[in-house]
Design a protein. Structure first.
Length: 382
């Protein structure tokens, strides 16, 4: 018999609903019990984030670095520049629209809720800090890519598998319980309705932004190849719908490849650009993460100046190469710059995960559809 599996998004949504209902009905001792679980999970997450970066980024850089030539450089530069631009566009839009939205979501925390503490905590210090893990990954990844180091390459591949399995079999299954505990405590403290209203407004803005990004990408591509941009975008619609349904860039590659060729991209260029862009072009994901991070910074009264977010966006666009092929990979990789640059604590990271997963398929659809625009430009410029 086939086993029925519930996806991560439905589990997160159920955890949110149960947390809200439970927060209205639960006694303080039960809320403290889940606050204790969240404190332990937070320690585990803090320990694992540097290891996730080492496991995923090292292998990703090693794999990309094996390719060489002008076509690789051209594709990487265009994809990275577009991803950074989308992050900056998201930041600029957020600075314009979010202050009025966040001002309505601000509320005081009741004294009784603020006094709730975990029953106990266990400190699990990370083996290395996040920035050291990033630098280590870049150095080792580049050495593997440009040297004959089969043993080290195998070790990096196997460690990536360890990290992937840890995410898939430990973090992802426990994540709904963590989200439940977070919404349970927020409801008990009286904050949840304000935050939910903020979430709803941010999601609407992000959906509009991702449509705008697709339009501008294909307007630019259409101008470069001198074709109707709306016809080009319409041709890529099957890839968009496929990504919307699967939430997987990798699963959509065959459809994206086919539709790019139908748009006039040569088979050689499409066969090179589309799989590569599925790894390095994360415009929709970076846009979502930047918007959500900015909203939470404003909500929590944290710094959100341009220079800080510029550093965050540049680093986020680099660590995103670690995301494809790993369940929840994009937001898990993003936890490193969120913590090290923006200073997000575990509860803020949990809010980021919830917001991101709620819109996961839209970001993936934006990523893969934009890959078709980049393939058109690279084919014309090569």
């Amino acid at each position: 018999m086939k086993t029925f599996k519930i996806g991560l998004l439905p589990r997160i949504l159920v955890a949110m609903v149960l947390g809200i209902v439970g927060g209205m009905l639960s006694a303080a001792w039960l809320v403290r019990l889940f606050i204790t679980f969240n404190a332990l999970f937070s320690q585990l997450l803090g320990f694992l984030i540097p290891l996730i970066i080492i496991g995923l980024v090292t292998s990703a850089i090693a794999d990309i670095g094996r390719q060489a030539g002008r076509l690789l450089l051209l594709t990487v530069v265009i994809a990275y520049a577009d991803t950074v631009f989308c992050g900056l566009l998201s930041y600029g839009t957020g600075q314009l629209l979010f202050p009025s939205i966040v001002s309505h979501a601000t509320t005081d925390v009741p004294v009784e809720a603020a006094a709730l503490q975990p029953y106990f905590t266990i400190k699990i210090p990370p083996m290395v800090d996040i920035m050291s893990a990033l630098i280590f990954s870049f150095i080792v990844g580049n050495c593997i890519a440009h040297s004959e180091m089969p043993t080290l390459r195998q070790a990096a591949t196997e460690f990536k598998e360890v990290v992937s399995r840890t995410i898939s079999h430990l973090l992802i299954p426990l994540l709904p319980v963590y989200i439940f505990g977070l919404f349970l405590s927020m409801t008990f403290s009286g904050q949840v309705w304000h935050i939910m209203m903020l979430f709803a407004n941010i999601i609407v803005i992000i959906i509009v932004l991702h449509i705008f990004i697709l339009l501008y990408q294909f307007v630019v591509a259409g101008a470069v190849v001198r074709k109707n941009p709306f016809r080009l975008l319409w041709t890529m619609l099957p890839a968009y719908m496929m990504a919307l349904g699967t939430s997987s860039s990798a699963a959509t590659i065959p459809v994206t490849l086919r539709q790019s060729i139908r748009n006039g991209v040569s088979e050689g260029t499409a066969g090179f650009c589309i799989p590569l862009c599925a790894t390095i072009h994360m415009s929709g994901s970076v846009m979502k993460i930047t918007s959500c991070a900015l909203a939470i910074c404003m909500l929590e009264g944290m710094p959100s100046d341009f220079s800080l977010f510029l550093e965050f966006i540049f680093m986020l666009c680099v660590v995103m190469v670690a995301a494809p092929g790993v369940p929840g990979g994009s937001i898990m990789a993003a936890l490193a710059p969120l913590a090290s640059i923006l200073g997000f604590n575990p509860d803020q990271q949990a809010l980021m995960i919830t917001l991101y997963i709620a819109m996961d398929s839209f970001g993936t659809a934006c990523n893969v559809t934009g890959d078709g625009a980049i393939a058109l430009i690279v084919d014309k410029m090569r």
